[in-house]
Structures are given as structure tokens and as C-alpha cells.
Design a protein around this ligand. Sequence first.
Ligand code: QAP
Ligand code: CO
Length: 168
Amino acid sequence: MALLPILQYPHPRLHIVAKPVLAVDARIQALVADMIATMYAAKGIGLAATQVDVHERVVVMDVSDERDNPLVLINPELVWTSAETHLKEEGCLSVPGIYDCVERCDAVHVRALNLQGQTHTIEADGLLAVCIQHEMDHLLGRVFVEYLSPLKRNRIKKKMLKAQKEEA
Ligand code: QAP
Ligand code: CO
């Protein structure tokens, strides 16, 4: 198991559209294990493969308090979304230190493959529903800050680039 480097916004590769996983094989199982370890080490509740520079449709999440209940979604597809939406504050491991409100569907049903390659459907509301929408956005190359005003997004971009320069 390995901890993977997480791409930091505004890295251009965060905007690559991920391709479907063709086979849930040992390579994907190893990727998932590394992604779960990376998410826990970074104290995140969700991580998409895009964020670790792998452009295939894989996300991992854990919204449990005990942080012992990882959820793996491979080739996730939204099969239903609620008409009702709400604004909720989000953050992102690729945009550390930045939090702002995004409008999301209250509830979603998502169909995906699990680590065994079996199809399952998850009905989610609350934090899990928000997390699924946030992570599936990453697979489409979308980062949550793109929902904010251009003014806010540009401020965030500048702040991130400055922090990255100071780190280097
Ligand atoms: C996406 O985000 C999410 O800024 C997952 O310094 C966020 O795990 C879904 C994190 C909110 C639903 C609601 C962010 C860790 C983690 C930071 C995360 C930070 C350290 C973000
Ligand atoms: Co994110």
C-alpha cells in the first residue's frame, strides 16, 4: 500500500475527464487500496482517482464518524437525483484550506461496480449524497470552486499558487 500525491488546484490535470474502468482487476484493487489509505492519511471523506492523477472512473469515500466504513464506487452513474437542492459548505483535498457553499441535490441514487466487480445501487442523502456528487464531478474534470463566482475562484487560484510557490 502506498500514499499517493494529491494534485493541487489549479493543476491542469484536475480537468481531465476520466474513462470507464474496463475490468475490476488486481491493478484497480491496488489503486483503490492506495486511494483509501491516502484519503484516511489526509483526513478526507472522499477522494476521486482524478485527484491522484489516474483518469479512470474510481472514487472512494467514508463519511462515517469511526472512519472504518470505506465505500468504493467504480464506474458510478447517477440513476436518479432529487428535484430538491440545498446549499452546503464543501472543501476538497485538492484545494486545502478553502471552504465554500455549493448547491447540490438533496438525495441521489447511484449505480456502480464494487471491488468485486458486482453492480450495486446506493440510495444516499445527507453528507453522503453531497460527497457522491462532489467526487463524481472530479471524474468529469470539475472542481467545486468552479461553481463559485469568477471573483472568488480567481482569489482562490492566486492563494493556492502562492502557497505552492512557498512550499517549493
Ligand atoms: C468532498 O472533501 C466533500 O481543506 C471531500 O485542509 C467535502 O474530504 C464532500 C480536507 C465536503 C462533502 C462535503 C479539506 C482536508 C478534506 C481541507 C474532503 C483540508 C483537509 C476534504
Ligand atoms: Co474534491
